[in-house]
Design a protein around this ligand. Sequence first.
Ligand SMILES: [Fe+2]
Ligand SMILES: [Fe+2]
Length: 184
Amino acid sequence: MAELYKCESCRRIVKVISEGKGELLCCGQPMKPLAAFGSVEEILDFAIEKEEEAYRFYTEWAKKLDKSWIRKHFEEFAKEELRHKDKLLLVKQGKILKPSPQRVTDLKITDYLVEATPAPDMSYQQALIVAMQREKASFSLYNDLATTTDDEDFRSTFLALAQEEARHKLALETIYDEEILTED
Ligand SMILES: [Fe+2]
Ligand SMILES: [Fe+2]
């Protein structure tokens, strides 16, 4: 099982890929093992918070984008993140999600791009890159959360959500491919 640590302050999650000595620090304080979340309930709350954050990101950027067709994309993504939040709330009430057997294509465009930092005056291209990076991070988060539990139902639920984030990434990478990479 992958060891995950969380920073209580900035909420960053770090995955240990090779064991070593010493303490993990973030924001000047020791990071807590993710198992210290205590319950799946707490993990779900954390995921809900991340979905709200994603919703805010897309809504805020949708307002800033002047081209209406691009804005529509961002508004749609915002709605999808809200739907994820609703799904997670249902999971808290006992609903189980199942990943589809179909694999989501990974265009891997995000992997080859230089990291973009969100800025108020960023271009559409930069906004797309930031969004793709966010979706990639959400995908990894759900995959990582799936490794924190032995409960098959929760595992499948997290994997189903990971798949949805992978679909968001694919949608964004497809836009990027069509709008940016094929430009003259
Ligand atoms: Fe999401
Ligand atoms: Fe997403």
